[in-house]
Design a protein. Structure first.
Lengths: 342, 342
DNA sequence: TGTTAGCACTCTACAAGGTTGAGTGCTAAC
DNA sequence: GTTAGCACTCAACCTTGTAGAGTGCTAACA
């Protein structure tokens, strides 16, 4: 365990590096932070900290920068948990009130808020629909050969698709099929709807096999739509303001990576435990972001975790601020969403 | 009018500059293009071209680059209209076949294809819904206090929203209201649905005024959703590969501009005439893109123009390629969309 | 024994100066 | 009208020197 002075020095280094992005020397620390010791003493302590792996040097005569281990210690032991100010909180709440009219906009604006406040990239993973339950499906009339298939979930998520009416089927047939499917599947979560159940339904229905195949196909297609989770991204341009992304090539490869939405979705999904989690540098499993840090938080509706929000940026990020904002989202995003009947 | 040799020289300059992004000198032209004259002669011709405003010089001893006027002449008079190769065409058609399952994906993938092929930013403006007609609205059951309002257009566009059932109204009341509204509005284009008509409906319905206000509000809200046109963007990261965007600040301000979706949508909407249109440099009205060029093309369904696709990039873009791809989209995007019943 | 001043050393960033090469315009000869 | 030759210009690049911030080590001090 580090003694008090080493902790102060490490804290000074991390704090300064986060705000300036420049390596910190012993003299700078002595000047800016009143530790009551001379630069020489600080130098000795820094040599120790480097030996212990908390800080590192880019070249012999440069100042020190925090290592991943250093950031980890900072986040775990040095950072006092801060809350957002009343003013910030009411600002955010107003923002939601003014800018959001649909559920989608809540996600969109959440991404915007997060990236604006933290000056980093934000990710908002929309509730996965397969965690919610099938309520009913319905065919709406469109024209002689086409119909609108509408699928409704218990959370009020509605998906629709215009489909061709299979030849030989009347609109009444469709209604009958819908009724039967609803009777059997209503209330089941999308995760629980397996091919086996669908086969059962087929057996129960004494109609033409071909006909059922068609209905089945339609439902499956709808399920594909349903399960298609969405990821909202915010503040990708913030990247360009960060000095670690001066190098255009770096920016490019990073943005290219971001376009692989499903990759990111996967990373976020890994987190099943509740609360705010910080992953620093090479703690990240996915190699594309191993010189970045990610802070993620779940959000809940009626006590159940339904999605994840996250902030992604250089390891040199303002962990205190980011964590407090995500803590806020962790506690309040569910409420906001609830207003929109999801 | 320029004589043949001046035209060849201008063409050489534009071609070379498009492919290398470097100013071109008289010697380079003499070496690369076999014009049968010495660099000195070319120098004289270039001096003339500069006087005429077709090319310009960044500083005294640099080569020449095309001016906006030069590009304009190149596009209008020097560029021989090229078609895409059979191979490219079938590649694109396969792409659509493999990657698109929903209408939205057609737009998405169109943006991707355009930016991939042209290495520039692409814009796809989705058909404006207010050009199509209201077909019907319907209330679907959800729970005791909420209902799902579904609005269907004649093009098969379906929008839905979960809303609170106004206090004092039964589900039957809602059905009655829907029926009446449908009888009056069905077949009208969204452009034609004005407040006046909605007022008329209110007068005809001998129900509580408050009650109608609510129904009206719902429809209006739905209309807002309907009219909300979407713009798909593609290849924003391509920007970073272009040498004219080496400067990070430039990239940032450009990307910030792109986020103002509605601005771009406005620029695209300006084009009402059919076909492929090229706007070069300061020919653009919108100041944010005055050192860029934009090539845009309309696309049609059943002969009627429904939307616009465009490619946006530095004035130094490969006009021949961009124009041929957009010509292709102009002629074929409608077909692709038609498969998806829009 | 922990702290500090002093010193020699290292390395980056920056500015100044020099060289190279691609380009130009002008003039005179073909 | 075309071309060779020449003097000139300017960006890009390399080299060199210097300033400044930083380090580690040692010896002296409380």
């Amino acid at each position: 365990m580090l003694d008090k002075r080493k902790r102060s020095i490490l804290q000074a280094i991390v704090d300064d590096y986060i705000s300036t992005a420049e390596p910190i020397g012993s003299r700078t620390i002595a000047r800016k932070h009143d530790l009551g010791v001379s630069p020489a003493t600080i130098r000795n302590e820094m040599a120790d900290l480097e030996l212990l792996g908390y800080i590192e040097q880019l070249h012999t005569s440069s100042g020190r920068i925090p290592s991943a281990k250093g950031y980890r210690f900072y986040v775990d032991s040095l950072l006092s948990p801060t809350q957002m100010s009343e003013r910030e909180i009411s600002l955010i709440k107003n923002w939601y009130q003014e800018k959001t009219r649909h559920v989608e906009e809540v996600f969109q604006e959440t991404a915007k808020i997060l990236s604006k406040i933290t000056s980093n990239i934000s990710l908002v993973l929309v509730p996965q629909v397969n965690q919610c339950a099938f309520k009913y499906l319905k065919f709406l009339p469109f024209d002689d050969c086409r119909t609108i298939l509408v699928v409704v979930t218990d959370t009020g998520f509605v998906e629709n698709k215009v489909i061709d009416i299979p030849t030989g089927l009347s609109f009444n047939d469709l209604q009958r099929i819908a009724e039967h499917i609803n009777r059997r599947l209503s209330g089941l979560s999308f995760e629980d709807i397996e091919l086996s159940i669908l086969r059962e339904i087929q057996n129960e229905m004494l109609i033409d096999v071909d006909l059922f195949e068609t209905a089945l196909g339609i439902l499956k297609q709808a399920l594909v739509v349903e399960k298609n989770e969405r990821l909202y991204l915010g503040g990708t341009t913030q990247l360009l303001s960060q000095p670690e992304f001066k190098n255009i090539e770096k920016v490019k490869s990073f943005l290219d990576m971001l376009e692989e939405e499903h990759l990111l979705a996967n990373i976020l999904q890994k987190q099943k435990n509740d609360g705010v989690i910080v992953t620093i540098g090479d703690e990240n499993k996915y190699s594309g972001i191993q010189d970045c840090s990610m802070v993620q938080a779940t959000y809940r509706i009626d006590g159940q975790v339904v999605g994840t929000v996250a902030v992604l940026g250089p390891t040199r990020m303002d962990y205190g601020k980011v964590m407090s904002v995500l803590e806020f989202m962790h506690n309040h995003l569910g409420e906001v969403l609830k207003k929109y009947k999801i």
